[in-house]
Design a protein around this ligand. Structure first.
Ligand SMILES: Nc1ncnc2c1ncn2[C@@H]1O[C@H](COP(=O)(O)OP(=O)(O)OP(=O)(O)O)[C@@H](O)[C@H]1O
Ligand SMILES: [Mg+2]
Length: 943
């Protein structure tokens, strides 16, 4: 990877020295910058924006636009015409290319600007510590990420996207995901301890000392990456004394700090465990760091080509729209040589037919496809955003959303309100026992406090609320002193707080430590050795697990609580210490179903979307919630079962199953991948870090606006609320956009195809060219302009009932059938012309033929636009304004152009009135046939 020199130096500078030295070099301190200082730096360093995200300017985009494949085809054809000195054709192609480039550039520019504006609505913030004046205490506040400057002190929590390049000042069980930079999918452990690295700064290798949260005693940490920073801000502001402990919450062994010198200026700064880079995301733990680089100076900016070049697997959009586009391009490129060969073989014509062959190929190219696609999608996205409900972050995702036929959702917060309320606290004997709640609250309080999560876990908050109201209350803060916390994390379903009675710090090591554990009943019970003073054997464990199952079956969220007394020790605690526990009891919380969820699920089902629930919760709870929402849960599949299955087996099971419970993040992702492998277009809606992997695996990732940053950044579609009804509306909007794109393809391709066939037929029958190149191109220009209106169509309800996916085969069948019908109408017109214009073959007759066919072509095109637009039945719904205007304009131009002064230069002459009468007859018959054939179309969605 090539590093931008500035990025390298800034990051490596941040990697050198102790935290204190780094802070000093950046003119900052652990209490953060003074506001005035920050403002001045913002002017000097500029905003912290990621260069890759700025939309391109109009001229730059215009200059790039000929690179699109359709324009490239036109350019090649133009060059061929110029090479054979067919200047008229070359000029018209040049006009065509320019017009389509201008239209596309404008459309894309507008779409991009509105997408950027939408993204701004979702501007990510960072938690920053700053001071109003040098003497005032530091305040922690949320700041838009672009306002960050070097020297700012930033706090990190799970789900945060790292907002700039940071040198860590403090880290508690911090793991981050650096896939955006390294492609490495496993989280990387981070620590703040520069001293652990081989000596570059002079304080090599001494393990830092640490104190418990209250700062009373002093202990030495040994886990290399879990040691705290030598600096930490204390309440008085001046202290730089070590403080805080660093438990690991992820259940894995500590990763060793690399035993190698810190990278020199030429090396990649990645790999430094005490640097965090912009674009990576926090998986678990918490920490704080000082900003060493922003904006274009960050490592991510330096690595831009690589970061940009990361390819998503092809989305449904790529597979359908792009797939069709490339097929058409190949087809077009074959047309010109085919026309040449046919006319050489059958009529003995030579290279003089080349301009005509080129014009035919141009006529076949749906060069407006990119414009129509962008406009249709951008319009759909803009309408959704205007209602303030749904923001589409990646335009093609709107198409993909319309194609979704399986939607996976997490339970908590999507189907339920995520406002748990404690309903029960019972001991091992099944009797009500407030003591269980008290221990659960001790755990909740100290895990919350020691992990310093900015947003408390909803379960912990509910437990604390209940404990406050429940006697014997007492101040939990005074009752115990927290020492360490091993919080829950993705894939870890329990949390532990280590506490001890408050007392004189000098005798701290004489006191006993109590581990208070709470979490999923299965996970806690397997770590319990005793219950109610007696040995807990397999039968006892089974009885308790059954009780948990009963509570879950009532739809409650159940947590088991356990504890253990241990001799005090200085060594940090790890998940390995969570064993040999005393079972204390269960707490259960109710979480009401979201008010609109049942209705939304029913609507989604009516719209052909199969909803599946993927939750980390108990199978019983998940099944009950589904039943309450009117969904039959069927057999619930758990994470363990998923582990035991090979991918192919899982695909079959995933399609049949509605509820998956006790899912770790990887289980959710595997189920999503299995559904895709089974041929389903799969959406995933989730809001937590544990949903990230599944979101990345889905065709469309969806997240509510209040989801954690990293999930929102990964999502293609963001919902203003967790309301599933809004999602249904977005799906319908997606289907509408796809319907419009499909209508364009149907109409453009079948009439182009019909024309080409008719031209070949006429070319072979007639002694003159059936249409002059200039006429082909003018007609093409008229078609293009009119077909743009299709992007603004409102497809009838028929197009919205089922998932909408463009199926290239079905489209090909459609185009062939309707193209032939179109050609038949053209040939009938030739007959009419033969009748109406007696002198065919001479100069006047040729011009009359050209004029007659031109008029017929434009009129049939108008008819086709009206009859083939969308929905199963031709005239479903009212015809919207733009389409009415476009078809009327086509008809007027078709009828009047040959009569106007532009007629003679284009070699068209007025026709006898009898022709129009006969033509009307042809059109009526053709229209009737079109409508009848359309009604017999098998595709219910009309796509
Ligand atoms: N704060 C907590 N303390 C103890 N245990 C917890 C806590 N939070 C979650 N758990 C346990 O971990 C399990 C899984 O939690 P996770 O966050 O993966 O999923 P969830 O919130 O239950 O459901 P969903 O996947 O639908 O959002 C929970 O069912 C619970 O048993
Ligand atoms: Mg969740």
């Amino acid at each position: 990877m090539a590093w931008a020199p500035e990025a390298r130096t800034a990051a490596v500078r941040g990697a050198d020295g102790t935290t204190l030295e780094v802070l000093r070099a950046l003119g900052s301190g652990p209490r953060g910058l003074v506001e005035e200082q920050a403002e001045e730096r913002l002017v000097r360093h500029g905003e912290n924006t990621f260069p890759g995200r700025r939309p391109d300017s109009w001229p730059r985009r215009f200059a790039r636009s000929p690179r699109d494949p359709f324009t490239a085809v036109l350019l090649v054809l133009g060059l061929v015409s110029a090479a054979v000195a067919a200047w008229g054709t070359a000029c018209v192609i040049a006009v065509l290319v320019t017009v389509s480039c201008v239209l596309r550039t404008t459309g894309e520019h507008r779409a991009d600007r509105s997408a950027a504006a939408l993204r701004d609505l979702l501007a990510t913030t960072a938690t920053v510590r700053r001071r109003a004046t040098a003497g005032s205490p530091p305040l922690t506040r949320e700041l838009p990420v672009d306002q960050l400057v070097p020297g700012d002190v930033v706090l990190l929590a799970p789900g945060d996207v790292v907002p700039a390049d940071l040198r860590l000042l403090r880290a508690t069980a911090l793991t981050v995901h650096e896939a955006a930079l390294t492609g490495e999918s496993a989280p990387v452990e981070k620590c703040a301890d520069a001293a652990r690295l081989p000596d570059r700064s002079g304080d090599g290798g001494t393990p830092a000392s640490a104190a418990p949260h209250s700062g009373h005693d002093s202990r030495t940490t040994t886990a290399p990456c879990a040691s705290p920073a030598p600096i930490r801000h204390s309440g008085t502001g001046a202290a730089t004394a070590p403080e805080g402990t660093a438990p690991r919450g992820d259940g894995r062994a500590p990763a060793p700090v690399p035993d190698r010198p810190a990278p020199g200026p030429g090396a990649s700064p990645l790999g430094h465990p005490h640097l965090c880079f912009q674009g990576s995301s926090v998986v678990s733990g918490s920490g704080s760091g000082v900003v060493v680089a922003t904006g274009a100076g960050t490592v991510l900016s330096g690595a831009l080509p690589r970061a940009d070049g990361r390819r998503r697997p092809p989305s449904p959009f790529d597979r359908s729209v792009n797939g069709i586009a490339w097929t058409l391009i190949r087809f077009t490129l074959l047309t010109a040589p085919l026309v040449l060969i046919a006319s050489a073989l059958l009529r003995g014509r030579g290279l003089e037919t080349l301009p005509f062959a080129v014009a035919v190929a141009v006529g076949l190219t749906p060069e407006m496809l990119p414009v129509v696609v962008t406009t249709a999608l951008a319009r759909g996205a803009a309408l959704l955003a205007r209602d303030g409900e749904v923001i589409v972050r990646r335009l093609p995702a709107l198409h993909d959303l319309g194609a979704v036929d399986v939607l996976c959702v997490d339970k908590t917060g999507t189907l339920t309100e995520d406002r748990p309320v404690l309903t029960l606290s019972e001991g091992p004997d099944g009797r009500e026992d407030p003591e269980v709640l008290r221990w659960a609250a001790v755990n909740a309080l100290w895990t919350l406090h020691l992990s310093e999560l900015p947003v408390p876990d909803a379960l912990d908050e509910a437990i604390l609320d209940a404990a406050e109201e429940c006697p014997p209350g007492g101040d939990l803060f005074e009752e115990f002193e927290g020492i360490e916390a091993l919080p829950c994390g993705p894939g870890r379903r329990l949390s532990t707080a280590v506490v001890r009675p408050p007392g004189d710090p000098r005798f701290a090591l004489a006191a006993r430590h109590t581990l208070v554990v709470k979490g999923a009943p299965e996970d806690v019970l397997e770590r319990c050795a005793r219950a109610a003073g007696a040995e807990l054997d397999a039968t006892g464990r089974e009885r308790l697990a059954r009780r948990a199952g009963e509570l879950a079956a009532e739809g409650l969220r159940v947590l088991a609580v356990a504890r253990a007394a241990r001799p005090a020790r200085a060594r940090p605690y790890t998940p390995a210490d969570e064993r040999d526990l005393d079972f204390v009891g269960f707490v259960a919380l109710s979480d009401a179903p979201a008010p609109s969820a049942a209705e939304a699920l029913a609507v989604l089902a009516r719209h052909g979307v199969d909803v599946k629930v993927l939750t980390g919760d108990h199978p019983g709870t998940a099944a009950r919630v589904c039943r309450e929402l009117g969904v039959a849960p069927g057999e619930v599949v758990t994470g363990d079962r998923i582990d035991a299955l090979a991918d192919a087996e899982l695909s079959g099971l995933a399609v049949r199953t509605t509820v998956f419970a006790r899912c770790a993040p990887e289980h959710k992702a595997r189920v999503v991948r299995a559904l895709r492998a089974a041929g389903h277009t799969t959406g995933f809606l989730g809001d937590g870090v544990n949903d990230l992997a599944a979101m990345g695996s889905a065709d469309v990732g969806i997240c509510p606006r209040d989801g954690v940053d990293v999930v929102r950044e990964a999502a293609d579609v963001v919902l203003a609320s967790k309301d599933l009804t809004a999602l249904d509306r977005a799906i319908v909007a997606g289907r509408r956009s796809t319907g419009n794109i499909a209508a364009y393809l149907r109409i453009a391709l079948s009439s182009n195809f019909g024309n080409v066939i008719a031209m070949l037929v006429a070319g072979l029958l007639l002694p003159f060219l059936p249409m002059l190149p200039a006429q082909v191109l003018v007609q093409n220009l008229c078609f293009d302009a009119a077909q743009l209106a299709l992007a603004f169509d409102r497809p009838g309800p028929g197009a919205q009932l089922r998932p909408a996916l463009l199926r290239p085969r079905a489209l090909l069948r459609f185009v062939t059938g309707f193209g032939l019908l179109n050609a038949v109408a053209d040939v009938a017109t030739f007959g009419v012309l033969a009748l109406a214009v007696r002198s065919l073959g001479e100069g006047e007759g040729q011009s009359a033929f050209h004029a007659g066919w031109f008029t017929e072509n434009l009129l049939t095109q108008a008819l086709v636009m009206l009859l083939l637009r969308s929905g199963r039945h031709a005239a479903e719904g009212r015809v919207p304004g733009p389409i009415r205007l476009a078809t009327a304009a086509l008809a007027v131009v078709g009828l009047l152009l040959p009569l106007s002064p532009l007629g003679p230069p284009l070699s068209m002459t007025p026709l006898p009135p009898v022709y129009y009468g006969l033509l009307a007859l042809v059109l009526v018959v053709y229209g009737g046939l079109l409508a009848a054939a359309r009604a017999r179309q098998p595709s219910p969605s009309g796509v």
